[in-house]
Design a protein around this ligand. Sequence first.
Ligand code: CTP
Ligand code: MG
Length: 339
Amino acid sequence: GQRMRNQKIHTTYPNDINRLNAPFLTMFESLIPPNEEKVKQKQLLTVLEKLVSKEYPEARLFLYGSCANSFGFSKSDIDVCLAMELQNVDKSDILLKLADIFESNNLQNVQALTRARVPIVKLMDPVTGISCDICINNVLAVVNTKLLRDYAQIDERLRQLVFIVKHWAKSRQVNETYHGTLSSYAYVLMCIHFLQQRRPAILPCLQGMETTYFANVDNVECAYFDQVEKLHNYGSRNGESIAQLVWAFFHYWAYCHDYANDVISVRTGRTLSKRAKDWTRRVGNDRHLICIEDPFEVSHDLGRVVDKFSIRVLREEFERAAQIMHCDSNPCVTLFEPY
Ligand code: CTP
Ligand code: MG
């Protein structure tokens, strides 16, 4: 079907916006994984640790991605990173070796994808029913997972907003990087940036504060303030409700973001200019049509997967969502209608 386009732009919330708080919160609650699921994930990690350490005693396993950043839906797969020294050994050989080990220990659907952009072993554990991807030495992903989880602990509205935005993006098929739309990781950064920009701010800029956490990963320095328990009142001067924030989030991406000139940057807590980052023209396949700076790998634009077709799809979906939040009689249904 046709994605709709509508030109009317509103500048502030409709006055009955808060009727949407209860249904949005109910939706959020229904998407959170129950505690049993978290227990099963830990259980599987322990099983994998035992199997891996028999062959590689010095290797360590870490959870990353949505199972560890607090933005994971119920029934998601888990992402695992195996950290180990590689001296003149090929990653592919290790992945194949791991696949062997898992297969002979009753794990199902074991597959080594050695030629993928991020090479992994996939498997399914028949005991817990959980599927899992294991990569090697993707330590930056473990560190950016911690950053996201730390942000989530500062103000509960971040987690609520991300769940609603992710649910919207999955329903509307704009969470598919292989089709030129954005990763969940990119959507989380968009939500953090958005809450850093509210006035009064709902989130601080952790990388702009005193360093209490430091890691040097593949020559990238990761430093920020991680004592977030000291910040749990940070956003309390801003009383905006979840319904108001969902309205404003879509309004921002539909009508306020300067796609031609701006880069959103969680690292600095503000927007930067594309010119300053030299992201003004296409280089190879990177087109920079929507610019989202990675908080640690600052030369990495998470919008680089977006092309001239998918940018239209994305912007029309933001406009559709903004219109629905403003005028629709039942946004909690219409917003998430499958595309
Ligand atoms: N990641 C990254 N750089 C990217 C994409 C992802 O570093 N360009 C890392 C991040 O640590 C992210 C993890 O890979 O948390 C998983 O990415 P993604 O699948 O986009 O996010 P999830 O949070 O796992 O979302 P979903 O629930 O959709 O699986
Ligand atoms: Mg994932």
